[in-house]
Ligand binder design. Sequence first.
Ligand code: XMP
Length: 310
Amino acid sequence: MDYRAFVEEQIAEIKRSVGDGLAINALSGGVDSSVVTVLGHRSLGNRLKTVFIENGLMRKDEPQRVVKLFAEMGIPVELVDARKEFLNALRGLTDPEEKRNAITKTFYSTVFGRLVRETGAKFLLHGTILTDIEETVAGIKRQHNILAQIGIDPEKEYGYQVLEPLKTLRKDGVREVAKVLGLPPEITKRIPFPGPALATRIVGEVTEERLATVREATAIVEEELGKTRAFQYMAVLLNDRATGIQEGRREFGQIVVVRCIDSVDARTATPVKIPWKKLFRICERITSIRGVNRCLYDLTPKPPATIEYI
Ligand code: XMP
């Protein structure tokens, strides 16, 4: 595939669709939304408003890091604090689909609804990729960014149209486009991170306290496995508990799963053989997080497992 031609086509298409109107997009710092942000800016300049929605589900220091990185590329990104809205919507929910639904609704309806009203934008640029659509259609997973499947017509409900310039590409293709656009390796090589963020790595209720635990564990896993060149690696907080010993006392503590997989396009995945020494070190660091007394390594390929836990 000629990715340079792809870039030119998409820029022309965005210009044609938006005309002299305004567009908005949410940047998460992942390769998909980063590519959309750059394509959008090349097409529309300051008629594209890019926001980073701080949903409270992000990794350590992520919002500030992403905003700074894009500022260095000359693309202004506004940080929108929506932590309360997302946490309120997730309160009490334990069912994976209900959790995803709550995040989708909060994102599109509450937060974007407000931003669209405030800015007068009529178009939302979104980084949906082919795999998201295929898996949603196949019923494997309801990706949080697929609206039609949950019966939302954005134009009717919120008054904006959704443009999806990457919907014919898979992850490997998006990375090629990112290179053509001159995005830094920090972004082109970044491991995938889902839209619903750390909520996909918490089994059971998402609370601030549980987020803090999984955020800390994620930082450890990313630091320790950053050099493996694996497709994706993560920490997951289970809903179960197990007995352990903490400061000489029995404690009914939390369980964290470490997952590290290889994949080309996220449709299938195989676990990575991590040296014992590395695994022990990760285990030692994760079980030093307050309240966590067990750390497990997930050996399950996809299928039968999915990559994320919800
Ligand atoms: P699963 O868990 O379905 O994940 O095997 C496949 C790939 O997609 C990512 N993922 C998502 N990405 N929105 C996204 O943008 C989502 O709702 C979502 N759910 C999963 C996941 O991290 C993996 O790379």
